[in-house]
Design a binder for this molecule. Structure first.
Ligand code: SF4
Length: 763
């Protein structure tokens, strides 16, 4: 088998995985008194200014926090940042309302009612930590380390992940954001190009491009300041935009051409485009000859996919898809074939869809050039010695991911495999969960299954700032400090204009909330683990920074941020030397063939909705992050609830008017909260859309509770990706209930015979 070869490739690209922040490393002790203040500056109205890093989403923009009278009064972007400059988005600005949210968990809590009831008693830190440590030890001693599992996301969780790794379990989910989001696209680009073009970061040069292709990506609805800035700069400079999406999304509104594709058929369109580009000689012959492996095999494999066929499968007009590919080809090599981030759509076929995007970019020679995909610039940050325990990451067994041959280079285990093992006790019993920074019931498909799994646990604890759905199912809740109250890691940005920066506390934690380093250190001591041994956080940070001749003091004096020269583009006179098996872009993938996957993507139809149903699709709104910000006062006021998008012709046939309240019911009989209908021609008749993250079911989130409908509680059917074990999110289907009557969705776009329907009895 070629898995060894693939692992070699994986080792060579380890730096890229680190760049994805999949390998949490350095940690340090918070000490607010050492927070740096740069003094009064013009415009700060006498407030002290603390340079730091936003954590209202994972993008981590450098910020300046303004503090007056011991309170945070304003948050702005750090003007030194080449990424965001003085800008923050609405969420970055509203960090203050997370900090001072009256619903915050400010004390350690112990459950007194049933799991899920949200009945708690306040206890001391010692009691809480002793109980967590006691249960971890007891369960590990009785069942072994695999009985422990950890669900993690964000900066705080990185500390606790180290504890679980040191305890010897591989049952951490390495951010459900990986197995529920970027997993397939990460595998596609790692195998095809040797690095993860699209993980936490996306190495696409939109500001210098002449044309962009977005397939199901909603830039502007999912919003990260520097990214959007580059996208808008590109458009302002005249870049053409092609958007493929069943819904008239925000970017569709800016597009030169919007292709409202039948959901589940994107790969058919991409394969037909690849064939067209080859047949019409629209590819960069010089680049392909020098830098691509398997062109002849690709040419042969895709020759049956033509535009006419794709138009019928995808329910698009042939002339439109021809025009779209010609717009993109004309711009080559300055064309962004956008890799996308959220890629867990259909389970089967997700990796190959992203392979098609990577192949198209390679055919256009749009790799390592201005206006195309570029390379990250390495920034040498030191190791966190105080975090290196006895167990090295990767040494423990990984039985939950063994059946997924391309999961190996990524740490952790597939989230749904952890949940299934908890339910079944196979391949081993899982009896304890820790959760940090992730609201699992609003993130992972089939929350009903997740709740059943929680009922089977001996113990569950969470480290949380807010009383989320997951917190109210926990036995112990440990109150986490908000990012404005603590130090965290050295952050490096290795994009077009690289820099490093650090998070520093602006104020003391409220109540008895404690920074995650302190909590993890206390827990590690009780568990007898030799972790978190740095004398203090400043010593730790200095240890990391000395590698590049810096210290916390120097960095702070420089305004909290230092830039580096970037090296994003290739030398046009040299061939690529990628970290793939051939050193080239792998159009034909030997490693896939070795594992009985198609070495060149093929079209595998995703089952269409059953008769009477529409496919449930979802997206984001620009003022919210996942389900994390719905209780934030300012953001709640801005966007308090979602609406359900229903095609206008469908609504007319069903007698549903814009603004009317309806309920959605899925193929398994699960119902949504009542929700307002948005009747619009901006969605296909075979799809129904909800913005993600609304419809909170935690009554302790007083602003978010019951507002809008949760997409996640309707996504009860999922398919696992066979490459790396992610779970699909677009394989559930809904009908509409109005006035107590369940209405069948009329079929307005006939289905081609090649596409099977989903059979409800299989659910
Ligand atoms: S994009 Fe907005 S929320 Fe995300 S890190 Fe930047 S300012 Fe914060």
């Amino acid at each position: 088998m070629k898995r060894r070869g693939f692992l070699k490739l994986s080792a060579a690209t380890w730096a890229t995985l680190a760049a994805m922040e999949l390998k949490g490393k350095g940690l340090f002790r918070p000490k607010v008194t050492q927070a740096s203040e740069t003094g009064d500056l013009p415009g700060s109205l006498g407030a002290k200014e603390v340079p730091s890093v936003c954590e209202m989403c994972f993008w981590r923009c450098p910020i300046v926090v303004k503090v007056k009278g011991g309170k945070v009064v304003k948050i702005e972007g750090n003007p030194l940042s080449p990424a965001n400059g003085p800008r923050v988005c609405a969420r970055g600005n509203s960090g203050i309302q997370l900090l001072y949210d009256p619903d915050r968990v400010k004390y350690p809590l112990k459950r007194t009612g049933a799991r899920g009831e949200g009945k708690w008693a306040r206890i001391s830190w010692d009691e809480a930590l002793d109980e967590v440590a006691h249960n971890i030890k007891k369960i590990k001693d009785k069942y072994g380390p695999h009985a422990l599992a950890f669900f993690d996301h964000g900066a705080s969780a990185e500390y606790f992940r180290e504890i679980f790794k040191e305890l010897g379990t591989e049952n951490y989910s390495n951010e459900p954001a990986f197995f529920q989001c970027v997993g397939p696209v990460a595998v596609a680009y790692l195998t095809t190009m040797g690095y993860v073009v699209s993980g936490t970061r996306q190495y696409v040069d939109m500001s210098h491009t002449k044309a962009m292709l977005l397939v199901g990506s909603h830039l502007g609805e999912n919003l990260h300041v520097s990214h959007i800035r580059e996208y808008v700069e590109g458009l302002a400079r005249g870049a053409k935009l092609v958007v493929v999406d069943p819904r008239f999304s925000a970017p569709a509104g800016k597009a030169d051409l919007w292709l409202p594709i039948r959901p589940g058929t994107d790969t058919a369109l991409l394969l037909a485009w690849i064939n067209y580009v080859i047949q019409k000689n629209l590819y960069d012959e010089n680049f392909v000859r020098k830098n691509c492996h398997g062109f002849d095999e690709l040419k042969e494999a895709v020759k049956g996919y033509d535009l006419k066929w794709a138009a019928r499968i995808c329910d698009l007009k042939e002339k439109d898809i021809k025009k779209a590919i010609e717009i993109l080809a004309e711009a080559r090599p300055q064309v962004v074939i956008y890799p996308g981030r959220h890629s867990t759509w259909y389970g089967r076929g997700d990796v190959q869809r992203h392979r098609c995007l990577a192949i198209l970019a390679a055919l256009f020679g749009a790799i390592g050039v201005p206006g195309g995909i570029y390379f990250p610039t390495p920034i040498p940050i030191g190791e966190a010695e105080c975090l290196i325990g006895k167990e090295e990451a990767g040494e423990s067994d990984t039985p939950l991911k063994e059946k997924f041959p391309f999961a190996e280079p990524f740490p952790g285990s597939p989230t749904n495999e952890i949940i299934k093992a908890t339910l079944t006790g196979k391949p081993y019993p899982i009896k304890l969960w820790g959760v940090c920074g992730i609201n699992i019931l609003q993130t992972i498909p089939n929350p009903y299954q997740t709740m059943e799994a929680i009922k089977k646990l001996d113990f569950i604890f969470s480290v949380e700032m807010l009383p989320t759905e997951t917190a109210i199912w926990s036995d112990i809740v440990l109150p986490d400090a908000v990012y404005l109250e603590r130090y965290d890691h050295v952050y490096k940005n290795d994009e077009l204009h690289p820099f490093i920066t650090i998070r520093q506390p602006a104020v003391e934690p409220l109540g008895e909330a404690r920074p995650p380093y302190w909590i993890a250190q206390q827990l590690a001591r009780r568990l007898g683990l030799s972790l978190f041994t740095c004398e203090n956080e400043i010593a730790y940070l200095n240890g990391q920074l000395k590698e590049i001749g810096l210290s916390v003091e120097k960095l702070t004096r420089a305004g909290g941020l230092i830039t580096f020269p970037g090296k994003p583009y290739r030398d046009p006179n040299k061939g690529l030397n990628l970290a793939t098996e051939t050193g080239k872009v792998e159009l034909y993938l030997e490693a896939f063939a070795d594992e009985d996957f198609d070495p060149i993507p093929k079209f595998e139809p995703t089952p269409a909705p059953p008769k009477g149903y529409a496919r449930l699709i979802y997206g984001r709104v620009p003022v919210h992050t996942f389900s994390r910000t719905m209780n934030n006062l300012w953001l709640h006021n801005e966007w308090p609830e979602n609406e359900v998008w229903i095609n206008d012709e469908v609504a007319a046939k069903l007698g549903i008017k814009d603004g009317e309240m309806v309920v959605l019911v899925n193929q398994d009989g699960y119902k949504s909260n009542p929700i307002k209908a948005k009747v619009t021609p901006g969605i296909r008749p075979d799809a129904i859309y909800l913005a993600h993250g609304f419809g909170s079911r935690s009554p302790r989130l007083t602003k978010a509770y019951g507002k809008g409908a949760s997409d996640q509680f309707l996504i009860t059917h999922y398919v696992e990706d066979p490459f790396m074990g992610s779970s699909s999110h677009r394989t559930s289907f809904v009908k509409i209930i109005k006035g107590g009557r369940t209405l069948d969705i009329p079929e307005l776009r006939p289905l081609p015979p090649e596409i099977p329907r989903f059979k409800i009895k299989e659910a």
